[in-house]
Design a protein around this ligand. Structure first.
Ligand code: BTN
Length: 265
């Protein structure tokens, strides 16, 4: 019998101030992103969380699909950040996912820029941030997180060899409720801290930078229809990747605009 991860998380005690104050649980949705956006448009409060057991049209960055059978975690969080915090959401959600996995499984996740969470070089979680603004005003953002907990990656041809799950990496069953609870608590703490100003944001950035696998590697990126190769030198305070191209120039690449490929050969 499948254990409802939301009920399990609540039973263990969910200690958050904003994230998860309202938790909505569905057996199946097209995508938790759509339901969260629908709720946000209807006025859902900051921190509303939408969780689904499975998704029929789960999506990832650049319109890719996100395979979403039962057994994993699929959630979207409605946030109402300030303009200063909005660009930090990619960073703080990556840090929150990495922390939650580390604390609940003792595995050591790494992040492939901007926010593919990897274990032993294979993708275990993905994060999608979508936002709606009106002029200078941020109406809301939706942070979507998918974590492979119990996924038979060999059964899905596009994932075989490239993705893993927490169960497989840990070599034992991992309780989804524990991961969900820890994730919401970490996301809550980081979201609140990011709202407290420049210096807390800087510390979150340092944690993200130290988890990034990409820095110091040669990479190939697709950007504005062209392919570039270079050395991933650093990230800036909004999470842009600073790439030293082979002609010696340095470009700043925004997460939403660039596809990053495995290290160039
Ligand atoms: C990526 O790596 O490209 C991002 C994947 C994000 C997947 C999650 S699963 C929960 C939420 N609902 C979706 O349809 N997508 C996100």
């Amino acid at each position: 019998m499948t254990v409802n991860p939301v009920a399990a998380a609540l039973r263990r005690g969910l200690f958050t101030r904003v994230v998860g104050k309202r938790l909505l649980y569905y057996q199946e949705l097209s995508s938790t992103m759509d339901e969260a956006a629908r709720r946000a448009d209807a006025g859902a409060e900051d921190g509303t969380v939408v969780v689904a057991e499975s998704q029929t049209s789960g999506r990832g960055r650049f319109g890719r699909s996100w395979v979403s059978p039962k057994g994993n975690l699929y959630l979207s969080v409605v946030l109402r950040p300030t303009r200063e915090v909005l660009p930090q959401l990619t960073i703080l959600s990556g840090v929150a996912v990495a922390r939650a996995i580390r604390k609940t499984t003792r595995l050591e996740p790494r992040i492939k820029w901007p926010n593919d969470v990897l274990i032993d070089g294979k993708k275990v979680a993905g994060i999608l941030v979508e936002s709606v603004a009106a002029g200078d005003h941020v109406c809301y953002a939706v942070v979507g997180i998918g974590i492979n907990v119990n996924l038979d990656t060999s059964a899905v041809s596009e994932l075989a060899g490239r993705a893993t799950s927490l169960d497989a990496a840990a070599g034992r069953p991992v309780a989804r409720g524990d991961v969900l609870r820890q994730l919401l608590q970490d996301l809550d703490a980081l979201y609140l801290r990011a709202g407290q100003g420049q210096s807390p944001r800087q510390r979150i950035m340092e944690e993200w930078r130290s988890t990034l696998d990409t820095l110091g590697q040669r990479v190939r990126v697709d950007w504005l229809g062209e392919s570039y190769q270079g050395l991933a030198e650093d990230v800036d305070e909004t999470g842009n990747l600073l790439l030293r191209l082979d002609d010696g120039s340095r470009v700043s690449l925004a997460a939403g605009e660039v596809t990053l490929h495995d290290p160039a050969v």
